[in-house]
Structure formats: structure tokens, C-alpha cells
Design a protein around this ligand. Structure first.
Ligand code: ATP
Ligand code: MG
Length: 202
């Protein structure tokens, strides 16, 4: 593991990796794992959005508790990856700025970075209270096969962490599942089995 962030003394170094995770897949897990390794973070938290404001008004989103259950099952026993219910516990719309503020109040010993995929990074200025967030965090951008390069709007402190990115998306998994196909080997086994049994995307 290469610890290339000096980190404030005694602080727990966390990466906040937010998403809808509907469902979680190995693309998310590989990204989280490689960010943790490359930056020598203590943990990467997969923060499950309660009410993903960017995705409102489209398809029906799977209940947050179910999505959280999938993330929990995926990281069970994995050292350094954790499922976070912080946004679900807060309720309402899920804004990263609120999540970060809650986190810092509850754990003052935590230095948090926000991890996003290359498809998400260009829209950072559209996030609620973007200016405030911009002044608080460093953004960690991971490459994604569907997006060319890594682009971050001006003014954000950021770094690109290169990962062996997998060409997977939740959209593709939902559509495979809707066709009646199993999601084995695209997401951890318990998640694939649960989706098959519950037929949630059928
Ligand atoms: P959907 O297709 O429903 O949008 P998704 O696969 O993009 O799902 P999200 O929950 O929207 O998953 O994404 C959460 C975060 O994970 C975002 O920052 C996104 O850029 C990142 N991400 C998702 N899939 C990958 C991947 N294969 N490689 C790298 N980053 C990813
Ligand atoms: Mg997405």
C-alpha cells in the first residue's frame, strides 16, 4: 500500500464514495478498493444515497434499505471498505455537503475526501452548495471506461487516482436482470442471488 497523502497527524483518513448503488457492482468495488490502496486511506465508505436528487423523476429507484443491504453484503468481511447509512439515517435528499458536515461533527478526527467517477466529476458545480463543498474537500476522481479522460471544473482541489476501471454500470445490470439474466460475476454473489430471487428489476 502506498501512503502518498501525508494526512493530518492522528486523523482517520476516509474516502467518501457516494452513489445510488442500484445495484452495486464490481466497478464500484474495484474503484473503492484501488483508491484505498493507492492513497493509503484507512477506509473508503460507500455512502448509499437516500434520495438521489440527480436521479429523481426518472425510473423508480429501489428502496434505500435494499440498496444498503446489497452494499453491506458486498463489503462484509472486506477490510477497509465500509457501507455507510449516514445519508439514509439523515433522511430526505442526499447532498454531499450535508453528509460531510454530519460526518465532521460526529467524527472530528476524520479527514474526508470525496471520491467520484469521471462521468460525475464534470458536474460538481451543479451540486447543492457547491462553493462551500469546494472549500472543504479534495475530490478524488477515478477513471471510467465510458468517459474519456478526467475533467474537473475550475476551482476544485482534486487528484486523479488511476484505477483498473471495469466497464460496468448499474444501468446495464438492471437491464440484464430485466432480461431474466443472472448478475453472477458482475456483482458479489449474495447481491446477484438476492436480485434473482426478489426479481426486483423484472
Ligand atoms: P447508473 O447506471 O444507475 O447511473 P452507476 O453504475 O453509474 O449507476 P452510480 O451509483 O450512479 O453507479 O455511481 C456512483 C459513483 O460510482 C459515481 O461517482 C460513478 O461515477 C462511480 N462509478 C460507477 N461505476 C463505475 C465504474 N465502472 N468505474 C468507476 N467509477 C464508477
Ligand atoms: Mg451513474
Amino acid at each position: 500500500m502506498t501512503a502518498d497523502i501525508p494526512g493530518q497527524h492522528g486523523m482517520r483518513r476516509i474516502g467518501l464514495f457516494g452513489g445510488t448503488f442500484d445495484p452495486i457492482h464490481y466497478g464500484h468495488l474495484a474503484a473503492a478498493w484501488h483508491v484505498r490502496q493507492r492513497l493509503g486511506l484507512d477506509a473508503v465508505w460507500l455512502v448509499v444515497a437516500n434520495d438521489p436528487w440527480q436521479k429523481r423523476g426518472g425510473r423508480v429507484i429501489t428502496p434505500a434499505a435494499t440498496r444498503l443491504g446489497w452494499v453491506r453484503a458486498s463489503v462484509d468481511g472486506v477490510d477497509g471498505l465500509e457501507a455507510s447509512a449516514i445519508e439514509i439515517d439523515s433522511g430526505g435528499a442526499s447532498y454531499t455537503i450535508d453528509t460531510l458536515t454530519t460526518l465532521r461533527a460526529a467524527h472530528p478526527d476524520t479527514a474526508g475526501r470525496v471520491v467520484v467517477g469521471a462521468d460525475t466529476a464534470p458536474a460538481l458545480d451543479t451540486w447543492p452548495r457547491a462553493e462551500e463543498l469546494r472549500s472543504m474537500v479534495e475530490i478524488v476522481v477515478v477513471n471510467r471506461p465510458t468517459t474519456q479522460g478526467v475533467e474537473v471544473p475550475a476551482g476544485w482541489r482534486h487528484r486523479h487516482v488511476p484505477i483498473p476501471a471495469l466497464d460496468l454500470s448499474s444501468t446495464e445490470l438492471r437491464s440484464l436482470s430485466a432480461e431474466g439474466l443472472s448478475l453472477r460475476f458482475l456483482t458479489p454473489e449474495p447481491v446477484a442471488l438476492d436480485i434473482e430471487t426478489s426479481a426486483v428489476f423484472s
